[in-house]
Design a protein around this ligand. Structure first.
Ligand SMILES: Nc1ncnc2c1ncn2[C@@H]1O[C@H](COP(=O)(O)OP(=O)(O)OP(=O)(O)O)[C@@H](O)[C@H]1O
Length: 213
């Protein structure tokens, strides 16, 4: 299981990025089981990269290849399978359903392709300190609570790659480390890779490789 970046550069970036970045315009191969840290100052294209890898947008030159299949050639059905079975994500802007409860937001995702039984939702929520929020609509939760909902939601499915776009921006160190620990355990269960993009270097993410975007 490999995810490859082949000379990828957003069409809206100028060629200067080629020399500055360790990711844009490079040939990189990410393998299952790796922990990849991408240090990405604001505006360097972190969210663009995550959306490209998830197959939501394709305004880039170069190619992204998953197990020798170019995402450019994917049909909508291929993308649905890719996101259901192989790649999960925590979006920077979370994308929860505001009128659904915390429990419903997570359960909706779980039902698409269950990796865990439903009881796991409460267990994870309690572990991350939001067990008392399961019946609350997500729109009334604080942003830091919503981040933890999005993290748990991302762990309900099978995946080979877990994409994280600034997942801890509203969490203190203790909550962040707690959530990271859970994600590491879940990645191990699947022998999956984590691709973790953040504004700065975070020392408690045990990355195996680090890149500056
Ligand atoms: N579709 C687009 N068309 C044109 N420019 C875009 C497009 N998407 C993003 N950009 C620009 O590319 C740059 C990087 O955007 P992106 O959202 O990927 O940044 P980021 O590194 O995630 O930033 P932040 O950490 O501040 O969220 C920004 O200057 C943005 O305005």
């Amino acid at each position: 299981m490999q995810l490859q970046l082949q000379q990828v550069l957003p069409v809206y970036f100028d060629e200067d990025h080629r020399t500055q970045s360790e990711v844009w315009r490079r040939n990189l191969t990410f393998e299952k089981g790796e922990y990849i840290k991408i240090v990405a100052p604001s505006g360097s294209g972190k969210t663009s990269l995550m959306h490209f890898l998830y197959g939501m947008r394709n305004e880039y030159n170069g190619n992204i290849v998953y197990n020798s299949a170019n995402l450019r050639n994917y049909t909508p059905e291929d993308f649905a399978g890719y996101r259901k079975d192989h790649v999960s994500i925590v979006f920077q802007d979370l994308r929860l359903f505001p009128e659904q409860t915390v429990q419903e937001n997570i359960e909706l995702k779980r039902q698409l392709n269950p990796f865990h039984p439903a009881e796991k939702i409460r267990e994870m929520a309690e572990r991350l300190g939001i067990g008392n929020k399961l019946a609350s609509k997500s729109r009334i939760c604080s942003y830091g609570e919503q981040q933890r909902v999005a993290i748990i939601r991302s762990l309900m499915q099978p995946f080979d790659f877990l994409l994280l776009d600034e997942p801890f921006s509203h969490l203190d160190d203790k909550n962040s480390q707690n959530a990271m620990q859970l994600m590491l355990e879940e990645a191990k269960l699947r022998n999956a890779a984590i691709i973790f993009a953040d504004l700065e270097r975070i020392d408690w993410f045990p990355y195996t490789r680090i890149f500056h975007l």
